[in-house]
Ligand binder design. Structure first.
Ligand SMILES: [Zn+2]
Ligand SMILES: [Zn+2]
Length: 165
């Protein structure tokens, strides 16, 4: 299933200043909106839009060593997450949830979240990697957002990520 990171990437992306770049050699296995308060604060926006990969599927290019990982220990799901951002421009790029210890496949190759806004060509009107799930709607989803979004399954509380790609 996984192409090696050295193959031609399906997509590329970067932080705003370009010091950190990344290559995505495969499709994400899920595209998820998170309304939790920590995602709102870390991204400075109303919600987070994350693409889910495995760690081995994302090639991070950071020649100037600009990435810093903030350890978020106050998540609603109670699973700590490392949030990776660029120390030059502040763009929030990645998330690495700490896997539960019993789940060996995740220990060896954990989830690796990529902020969809950092992907180079995702703005194109091709319907690329549209979100299929949204979580932590209660109580944080903004009241001005549509209650029901086309093709998106809504969850009030923690939820299990379903692979759609
Ligand atoms: Zn940057
Ligand atoms: Zn969140």
């Amino acid at each position: 299933m996984n192409s090696p990171p050295s193959s031609t990437p399906v997509s590329t992306g970067s932080c705003q200043c370009g010091d950190i770049r990344f290559e995505l050699p495969t499709e994400p296995f899920a595209s998820v909106i998170c309304h939790c308060n920590n995602c709102q604060k870390s991204g400075g926006s109303a919600f987070a839009s994350n693409l889910f990969f495995r760690q081995s599927q994302v090639k991070v290019l950071d020649p100037k060593d600009r990435i810093k990982w903030y350890e978020d220990n106050t998540t609603t799901s109670k699973r700590p997450i490392l949030r990776g951002f660029c120390t030059t421009c502040g763009s929030k790029l990645f998330g690495r949830p700490t896997p539960p210890p019993h789940h060996t496949s995740l220990v060896n190759d954990p989830f690796f979240l990529v902020s969809s806004g950092a992907v180079d060509d995702i703005h194109l009107k091709t319907g690329k990697w549209l979100p299929t799930m949204e979580g932590f709607c209660d109580p944080w989803k903004r009241t001005w957002l549509p209650k029901k979004l086309d093709g998106i399954e809504s969850f009030a509380k923690p939820f299990k990520i379903k692979a759609k790609f």
